[in-house]
Design a protein around this ligand. Structure first.
Ligand SMILES: Cc1cc2nc3c(=O)[nH]c(=O)nc-3n(C[C@H](O)[C@H](O)[C@H](O)COP(=O)(O)O)c2cc1C
Length: 190
């Protein structure tokens, strides 16, 4: 099962959505996918009470509680796709809030002695984004997701961004189409 984390806040208007949906055939190659639309999830930043409860549940080895559900789904996916627009040099805060809920010690990662060990099953993590201007070679959002993926034990990371979409509206469509075509070629050659 491929877990697709859709953080495309603008829904049908989103270029990121168009990019990842166009590329899913190349990523999945017929495998089953499960789309998690973050905008439809009622997720909020962790509170002090959430952390106390989560620590208690972790100590008890209890995974039934709803606080653990995103971490379990993430840990058990065969591959992960994350799609999020380029906002403020990174990604929308909704994705961070989700990742906070995925990062559960004892589920997605843990400590063995002083070593941090990843427990996720996925071998590959894909990241798709659309950018109005240019990242200048530093996509802090993608870099952060890559680092977190490594902490979770997912070492193969592929990031694809279509840039320059908002500069000249008359060129937007052709930039998007070319960008998508190039990404599909890149994925097919992995
Ligand atoms: C809140 C917000 C923040 C943005 N921040 C940046 C930015 O830092 N750099 C940039 O080049 N474009 C930025 N943009 C433009 C988006 O990257 C661009 O419109 C992109 O196409 C949005 O993806 P979407 O169509 O999937 O929503 C921002 C747009 C929004 C709405």
């Amino acid at each position: 099962m491929i877990l697709v984390v859709d953080c495309c806040i603008r829904g049908e208007l989103s270029a990121t959505k168009r990019i990842y949906e166009s590329c899913m055939g190349a990523v999945a190659k017929g495998a089953q996918t499960e789309i998690l639309k973050l905008c439809d999830e009622n997720i909020s930043p962790l509170t002090a009470e959430d952390i106390v409860l989560r620590d208690r549940l972790t100590q008890e080895g209890s995974t039934e509680h709803t606080l653990m559900k995103y971490a379990l789904r993430f840990r058990d996916a065969d591959e992960i796709v994350i799609a999020a627009p380029y906002w403020d040099l990174s990604f929308p805060s909704l994705l961070k809030v989700y990742l906070e809920r995925v990062s559960v010690s004892g589920i997605t990662f843990g400590y063995e002695g002083s070593d941090c060990v990843g427990y996720c099953k996925a071998k590959r993590l894909f990241y798709f984004s659309a950018c109005g201007g240019f990242t200048g070679g530093r996509h802090y959002g993608a870099e952060y997701v890559q680092a977190l993926g490594r902490m979770f034990g997912i070492n193969e990371f592929h990031s694809y961004t279509v840039e320059g979409l908002d500069i000249d509206p008359s060129k937007r469509e052709s930039i998007l189409e070319n960008g998508i075509r190039n990404i599909i070629d890149e994925i097919n050659s992995l």
